[in-house]
Design a protein around this ligand. Structure first.
Ligand code: GS8
Length: 219
């Protein structure tokens, strides 16, 4: 069967970048359809009627929603090249556990850094740094979270790294100072074409955040 692959996405979305990196790792060709979240397309609403959020991958007419689920789907369907999840069930569960930790802790705190000021921002910043330190510990001396090769958790977390500059600027702190080993991992991941070609310029992301903040009436 011919593979028709469509991605509904927004360029600055780190959730969408997870999917783009996974597709690049697997060498899958696809049609990219940039979405306007202020004026959602009938295709987006039809494809993700529950959440109406990007990213959505449409494979041969069938939609798959939620970035973590999409990346796992991609890994299962295009399983001949660049495996992302480990084979061992315990290691697979572990990779999924940490991906869930990224969503529940890292990304939750990061949004609160730019949405808040004062004490609330300070709390979010501390929580964000703490959770990155936990991940740095999990990385240990390994090259990637997956070991010697770039894997699932690497895809999940590296997508947020182009937003680090925005968090640092809004919260006035340095991730490099707090988590030097983790930043070493970021630089290592950036050497991969699937990552460097996907992640946008952090300054462009910061400009985009300015527009979002204005729209939300922040600052
Ligand atoms: C989150 C996707 C999301 O928040 C995932 O795919 O992992 N848990 C989901 N998408 C946002 C844009 S990126 O911040 C979105 O589509 N928002 C539109 C809306 O909330 O109306």
């Amino acid at each position: 069967m011919a593979n028709e692959v469509i991605l509904l996405d927004v360029w600055a979305s780190s959730f969408g970048m997870r999917v783009r990196i996974a597709l690049a790792e697997k060498g899958v060709e696809y049609e990219y359809k940039e979405q306007d979240l202020q004026d959602k397309s009938p295709l987006l609403i039809k494809s993700n009627p529950i959440h109406k959020k990007i990213p959505v991958l449409i494979h041969n007419g069938k939609p798959i929603c939620e970035s973590l689920i999409i990346v796992q789907y991609i890994d299962e369907v295009w399983n001949e090249k660049s495996p992302l999840l480990p084979k061992d069930p315990h290691q697979r569960a572990n990779a999924r556990f940490w991906a869930d930790f990224v969503d529940k802790k890292v990304l939750d705190y990061s949004a609160k850094i730019w949405k808040n000021k004062g004490e609330a921002q300070e709390e979010a910043k501390n929580g964000f740094i703490e959770s990155l330190k936990v991940l740095e510990e999990e990385l240990g001396e390994k090259l990637y979270f997956g070991g010697d090769t770039f894997g699932f958790l690497d895809v999940v977390l590296i997508s947020s790294s182009c937003w680090f500059y925005s968090y640092e600027t809004c919260g006035n702190f340095s991730i490099e100072t707090e988590c030097p080993k983790l930043m070493g991992w970021v630089k290592r991941c950036m050497e991969k074409e699937s990552v460097s070609k996907t992640l946008p310029d952090p300054h462009k992301v910061y400009e985009f955040l300015g527009v979002v903040k204005k729209r939300l009436g922040i600052e």
